[in-house]
Design a protein around this ligand. Structure first.
Ligand code: SF4
Length: 163
């Protein structure tokens, strides 16, 4: 399986969730929010393709990380590959797993299939599009007030709490 990324894997990030985190930047987004900071990640044919197994090997080299965060682009566009990597991080590296999505939790649940399976593999989802009119630079890990930090029950996707 392959995944299309928009940038190199990162580690030791402190701005995409709690603790030191690896960050995976996916390529491809159909939401096109006004004021998006990463429009170069929209093209589903852009970025570069890598083998999921190579991503895992790279992540394995990152030491001292609390977890991984999927950023975009829109991770759910490649939900199957993201879930494969999420499960690897949880099961083999012992990391917690967060993801951003420009779709809401409810939209992803309604869509079902691979997108919802990916959500069920997460510990936290930061959901919803970036809304320029609701921009707030004081929010933790989010860009606009409509977005929510949802803590989820791994395996069921049930919302445990909302920050
Ligand atoms: S969902 Fe994210 S990547 Fe997509 S347009 Fe909105 S802010 Fe940009």
């Amino acid at each position: 399986m392959q995944i299309r990324l928009s940038g190199p894997l990162e580690h030791d990030s402190i701005v995409n969730g709690y603790g030191l985190r690896a960050v995976l930047w996916t390529q491809g987004c159909y939401i096109h929010c006004k004021g998006c900071q990463n429009p170069e990640t929209w093209d589903p044919e852009g970025g570069f393709l890598v083998d999921v197994e190579d991503v895992k090997e790279e992540l394995r080299k990152f030491k001292g990380q609390a977890g991984i965060t999927f950023c975009g682009g829109e991770p759910s566009v490649q939900a199957e590959a993201c879930k494969e990597i999420a499960d690897f991080c949880r099961n083999e590296l012992g990391w917690n797993v967060w993801s951003f999505s420009g779709y809401t939790y409810e939209q992803l649940k309604e869509r079902g299939g691979a997108a919802w399976e990916f959500v069920k593999s997460l510990d936290a989802l930061i959901d919803g599009p970036f809304v320029l009119e609701e921009r707030d630079l004081t929010l933790k890990f989010r860009g606009s007030r409509n977005q929510r930090l949802l803590h989820l029950e791994h395996g069921t996707g049930k919302i445990l709490s909302i920050e």
